[in-house]
Design a protein around this ligand. Structure first.
Ligand code: HEC
Length: 275
């Protein structure tokens, strides 16, 4: 029993040292910008060390043997496992759903940006069309006078007079829009703009291909080949994707636009029929 007081003393002494060492470790960890989890883990290590040193001073146990020893061992492992499992379940768990959520959050902003871009493009298009409709209305009003003013109610009125011509202009404008939307300019120079020398300049294509042939080329790039572009043609440089990407109306509009390109000053290569 004489050991008892000295054990208490050593617990206090080594406990205090442990806390001091722990505090120093936490301070150093903070200074080195370790996250709080690590700071507490370091403190835990210091306390663990103190506990081990305290145990060294503990009175030795009476040796146990036989069944008792086995039970004690099993109990020791059970307690240890309980502490580990219990402790681990308190720590933040890895959840794939969580990670997915984070990734989704990151992507959402980007997606929203592109979707907004698309929406803006469509809005701009709608506005352009509505502006055009307004011009047509004014033009029709000038031509048809009172009859057109009643048109919304009566219907037919002046439609045949101005509509087809105006619609023609519209289709070409839509076709030019397709040129931009489908990014044909990435490979083809037109009006001196765009093209990275992959495809031929198309300023005179309207003189070289009939509308049906142009349509054929767009829907099946292997159907015609620009003279002198054999290498590009063999490597299938012109994308074979427009028949999936474009509606028939859009292809027709694009063809209508391309058919107006008759600038003979530009040497658009001769298309050669392949299919
Ligand atoms: C990735 C590059 C690329 C894109 C994008 C592209 N083309 Fe082409 N295009 C080519 C190449 C290379 C040729 C020449 C070889 C050939 O005829 O296939 C060509 C040839 C042509 C020709 C024949 C020209 C001639 O003088 O015979 C036409 C017409 C044409 N493209 C129209 C278009 C249209 C319209 C689009 C957009 C819907 C488009 N291209 C998009 C690469 C491209």
């Amino acid at each position: 029993m004489a050991e008892q007081p000295s054990l208490v003393k050593s617990v206090i002494k080594k406990g205090i040292i442990g806390v001091i060492v722990g505090a120093i470790l936490v301070g150093a960890a903070k200074a080195l910008a370790f996250p709080p989890v690590f700071q507490s883990v370091f403190f835990g290590y210091a306390m663990l060390g103190a506990a081990v040193f305290i145990l060294l001073d503990a009175p030795s146990l009476k040796p146990i043997g036989g069944l008792k020893a086995i039970i004690a061992l099993v109990a020791f492992y059970a307690v240890l496992s309980g502490v580990y499992i219990g402790g681990a379940s308190f720590l933040p768990q890895y959840d794939p759903g969580d990670e997915k959520g984070k990734i989704e959050k990151l992507l959402k902003a980007k997606r929203a940006a592109t979707e907004q871009g698309k929406a803006e493009e469509l809005l701009a298009r709608a506005k352009a069309l509505s502006d055009k409709a307004d011009t047509i209305m004014t033009r029709l009003q000038a031509v048809g006078g009172a009859a057109v003013a009643e048109a919304p109610a009566g219907g037919e009125g002046a439609k045949p007079a101005g509509a087809p011509a105006a619609a023609g202009g519209d289709v070409i404008a839509l076709g030019k829009e397709q040129w931009n939307l489908q990014e044909c300019y990435n490979c083809h120079k037109l009006f001196g703009e765009g093209g990275k020398k992959r495809g031929p300049e198309l300023d005179n294509i309207g003189s070289l291909l009939k509308p049906e042939e142009l349509k054929q080329k767009i829907l099946d790039p292997q159907s015609w080949m620009a003279d002198g572009f054999e290498k590009e043609y063999e490597k299938k440089k012109m994308p074979d994707k427009y028949k999936e990407l474009m509606e028939d109306k859009e292809v027709d509009a694009l063809v209508a636009f391309l058919s107006t390109l008759k600038n003979t000053a530009v040497a658009t290569p001769k298309p050669i029929k392949k299919k």
